[in-house]
Design a protein around this ligand. Structure first.
Ligand SMILES: [Zn+2]
Length: 489
């Protein structure tokens, strides 16, 4: 189940972007000065961007570290001020996602994941990433290769459980979505990125190094996962070549240029590394949500995914689905009333009037005349710890007898997590060590043990196991984050 949660959130974000960019043409391209097709004005672009920025902050989550956020914003603002669109209300945020990525929305909203932050080693590399994303905004690039299917799926995650949701699940399962620009757009953003970072005094040689990191991350993780910064084209190798050539055109004296490795690494002290188990993990078929203190048991051999705002399980034949999420309603009664009295919903039978000691209700229901035909399901609305949970199990009417038992058992399994060892898990975190003496990275990993393997340690330090590190160097290590036995993220 690794990474499906952030994949899902990217799908969300990119779905939004797709909707947005479908509306978004251009007039004169601010970065190139060339005319472009225009459908919306700058004012509209700004308003849309602001709306979607709110949604992305809510859905992906802003990483809770005010100093880190300020630092990234400061670097970004400096770069944007030197761009062709200095008057946009630029924002730069670190989103709480372990995947290595960065992206931008029209209107000047730029996001870098904490996953990417933990893989970079200097402020100049951060400037390269932000400069590239600023380039997408200033050049008004549009996102291509978005499918309507993905947009339809937003309905499910948003909690509006109606037909397109199940149809989407049944037809496509847990597929992956990418935010993808054209090859030319990526090249142009790379060129603009080099230009912007150079204009602010950074050492442009750090730009190709970012692509080297991405090349290595791709090798480890498989390139199919990661949008934009690891899109399949241009390849990282090509981008290393083209950005190196762009750097060479700037001359060969980069003395006095800013790299700021130490300041950057210090900003990463204690930043979470990898998937955060506090957002939920699986113990076999049981999903534990430590931050909220709840658990639910899904049927064995169903495909399960933690989408952060919801956790979902799909039957092997993809013809039944279970979804647990937080209801926005203030009480279980209100949530249940809203759901069961929804237009098209057929009220069923009450199975429980409390759920494992928590106030709530479990009822069956039907939904008629959806795109997927008539649906049957079972729903729980339960209060615990100041939150209202909604657990839905849905299948097609003709499959109900086959799934009734499994869906009902799962929905009724929702309960508070009372085992403190399961509830107290913590994420892995970065620690920055100043080396007291010269040593290789391998020696470092023995003297300062990490909770990731040597390969990962080498990757995040942009080094090899045998790389000789000097006394006084700042080096990342990863500490903590041990999981209960048998747990998977
Ligand atoms: Zn890009």
């Amino acid at each position: 189940m690794d990474r499906l949660d952030s994949t899902r959130m990217r799908r969300w974000a990119a779905g939004l972007v797709a909707v947005l960019l479908a509306l978004w043409g251009c007039s004169t391209n601010p970065a190139t000065g060339k005319p472009q097709l225009a459908l919306i004005s700058q004012q509209q672009e700004v308003e849309l961007g602001r709306d979607y920025d709110q949604q992305i902050q809510r859905l992906l989550g802003v990483y809770p570290d005010a100093k880190l956020q300020e630092y990234v914003d400061r670097v970004g603002q400096k770069l944007a001020a030197g761009s062709e669109r200095p008057d946009l209300a630029w924002t730069f945020r670190v989103v709480d996602d372990p995947v290595v990525n960065a992206f931008a929305l029209p209107g000047g909203h730029v996001y870098v994941t904490r996953g990417l932050m933990t893989h970079l080693t200097s402020e100049a590399q951060l400037a390269a990433v932000l400069g590239h994303e600023i380039g997408h905004v200033t050049a008004r690039h549009s996102v291509t290769q978005m499918s309507k299917a993905r947009i339809a799926r937003i309905g499910l995650i948003a909690g509006s459980i109606l037909s397109p949701a199940l149809a989407g699940f049944a037809a496509r399962g847990l597929d992956v979505l990418f935010l993808k620009y054209s090859r030319d757009d990526e090249r142009q953003a790379d060129d603009l990125g080099v230009r912007y970072m150079y204009a602010q005094g950074y050492d442009p040689r750090e730009m190709p190094r970012v692509f080297e990191v991405l090349r290595r991350v791709s090798q480890v993780q498989g390139r199919q996962r990661i949008p934009d910064w690891q899109s399949t084209h241009p390849s990282e190798e090509e981008r290393i070549r083209t950005t190196s050539a762009a750097v060479a055109r700037l001359g060969n004296d980069f003395s006095g240029r800013v790299v700021n490795r130490e300041g950057y690494l210090r900003s990463l002290e204690h930043v979470a590394f990898g998937q955060n188990p506090r957002e939920g993990y699986f113990l076999g078929s049981t999903f534990v949500q430590p931050a909220l203190g709840v658990q639910i048991r899904f049927p064995d051999d169903w495909k399960k995914a933690n989408a952060r705002s919801s956790v979902e399980a799909v039957a092997p034949k993809q013809d039944a689905v279970l979804v647990m999420s937080l209801s926005g309603e203030a009480s279980w009664r209100k949530a249940a009333r809203e759901f069961f009295l929804h237009e098209g919903n057929v009220n069923g039978e009450t199975l429980l009037t409390e759920v494992n000691g928590q106030p709530g209700v479990v009822r069956t229901f039907g939904i008629l005349n959806t795109d997927a035909g008539d649906l049957q399901g079972v729903a729980a609305f339960v209060e615990h710890g100041g939150h209202v949970y909604q657990v839905l199990g849905i299948t097609r009417e003709q499959d109900w007898t086959r799934y009734q038992e499994a869906l009902t058992a799962a929905v009724e399994s929702f309960r508070p997590e009372t085992d403190p060892t399961l509830a107290n898990v913590q994420p892995k975190r970065l620690e920055i060590v100043t080396l007291p003496a010269a040593m290789t990275l391998e020696e470092f990993s023995r003297q300062y043990p990490s909770t990731v393997d040597l390969k990962t340690l080498a990757l995040i330090n942009q080094a090899e196991a045998g790389t000789r590190l000097a006394a006084g160097d700042e080096v990342k290590r990863v500490v903590g984050g041990e999981l209960p036995e048998g747990a998977t993220l």
